[in-house]
Write a protein that binds this ligand. Structure first.
Ligand SMILES: [Zn+2]
Length: 405
């Protein structure tokens, strides 16, 4: 395995900046913690004081796992080591500090985003890990069924319209958008993304990092970008009325819009846009597809345990019974750190705009009516897609209940 090397965000060597008094042990421990986090595909590292020492945890597949305990002195040095690499002020005791640094290991490039907060027991540090390598996720790897893939692919070939990916925070909405952008012929179409932050780099595409601190909000960025003759716009998230208005307006004037919004499901996204003052007539003429999504932990293939299906059990949970006789539950083995789960997969539902739905939205029909229209459509809802994955032995019922309820 190649060694990890750290750099400041300006490209200068990172660990050289740490003074000898901070101790080489802290830099050694830091490098080991970061490498180990990369090996385990962790997305965050948490360092905080706990009792007489400092506790380190990794977030893997969405859950925190304790990985190490250090004494207070080493913990303090570890955090100040990171502060130095981030060019944070180590003398001033400000309550909140943000920074970042870079890591290189072989051809792997990683962005580490650091946040330090002063709490009662000392500093608490969270390091977010963003792989800088090109996004390689293909649409087939997300967990979409073939019908959904075909519909989404068809959408990417259109010249105008809007696709919205809906879901709570941290369910992989952006990853889905990147996978769709992989499908686009980016040599022949001008593709621009506006993101907060830019998570992956895609070749042949302009990626803009939103920075509200310097007046570059989603809406401001969108206005500038529209003057640069874009064909396809990826907008990281619609979270304010102004962005919603400009985005949907540009979908009417020859732009293909791919975006996300915070909503529990596809119908929820319609109500979310209404809350952002998008009038119904604009919504029904500009929005073509709404994909709602969750992210569920896949059962570890090495240790999952069969469970005979008891129909009554599913009824009490409020889920349809699976069509199979056996489902699976989590076990535990060294491969999965005894969690029973390994890797994650998306659970999806798709809502396609059609005449009955347009009519209902224009009439401001209640949620229940829209849901009934969705149920009569060709695509599975979140619960059905999840149950399909339970039947296939990919998901456990515990996990489905956790992500859907
Ligand atoms: Zn296992």
């Amino acid at each position: 395995m190649e060694e990890l090397t750290l750099f400041k965000s300006n490209g200068e060597p990172g660990l050289d900046a740490v003074s000898p008094s901070e101790g080489s042990r802290a830099s050694f421990v830091l490098l080991r913690l970061l490498s180990d986090a990369l090996d385990r595909a962790a997305t965050d590292i948490h360092v905080e004081s706990e009792g007489p020492g400092v506790k380190v945890r990794y977030r893997v597949d969405g859950f925190l796992r304790p990985v190490a305990d250090y004494d207070l002195e080493l913990g303090r040095r570890l955090i100040s080591c990171v502060k130095v690499i981030c060019d944070m002020d180590i003398t001033k005791k400000s309550r909140f500090q943000d920074g970042s640094f870079l890591g290189k290991r072989g051809d792997e490039e990683v962005d580490f985003r650091v946040s330090v907060i002063q709490e009662v027991g000392g500093d608490k540090m969270v390091v977010r890990i963003l792989q800088r390598k090109m996004h390689e996720g293909v649409i087939e790897s997300l967990g979409l069924n073939d019908d959904l893939i075909a519909t989404m692919r068809g959408f990417t070939r259109r010249s105008q319209g809007t696709l919205i990916v809906a879901g709570p925070t941290g369910v992989g909405k952006t990853t889905t958008l990147y996978a769709l952008l992989q499908e686009v012929d980016r040599t022949r179409r001008n593709v621009v993304s506006i993101e907060d932050p830019v998570e992956y780099h895609l070749p042949l595409m302009t990626q803009i990092h939103v920075n509200p601190k310097v007046g570059m909000s989603f809406a401001a960025a969108l206005r500038s970008v529209l003057r640069q003759d874009p064909n396809i716009l990826m907008i990281g998230e619609i979270r304010d009325a102004e962005t919603a208005e400009i985005a949907l307006q540009s979908a009417l004037t020859g732009h293909l819009i791919l975006t996300t919004t915070h909503a529990k499901d596809a119908i929820g996204a319609i109500f979310r846009l209404s809350e952002l003052n998008i009038p119904p007539y604009q919504l029904v003429t500009t929005v073509n597809l709404i994909l709602a999504q969750r992210l569920a932990r896949k059962l570890c293939e090495r240790c999952k345990k069969p469970l005979p299906v008891k129909k009554k059990y599913f009824a009490t949970l409020g889920f349809p019974a699976p069509a199979t006789d056996t489902v699976y539950r989590a076990g535990g083995c060294p491969e999965c750190d005894d969690t029973g789960y390994r890797g994650r997969v998306g659970v999806f539902e798709l809502l396609q705009m059609n005449d009955p739905l347009r009519d209902a939205i224009l009439r401001k029909a209640p949620e229940s009516e829209l849901q009934a229209l969705q149920a009569s459509g060709p695509y599975p809802r979140l619960v059905h897609d999840a149950m399909k994955k339970v039947e296939q032995g990919v998901l456990s019922m515990e996990e489905v209940s956790r992500v859907l309820v």
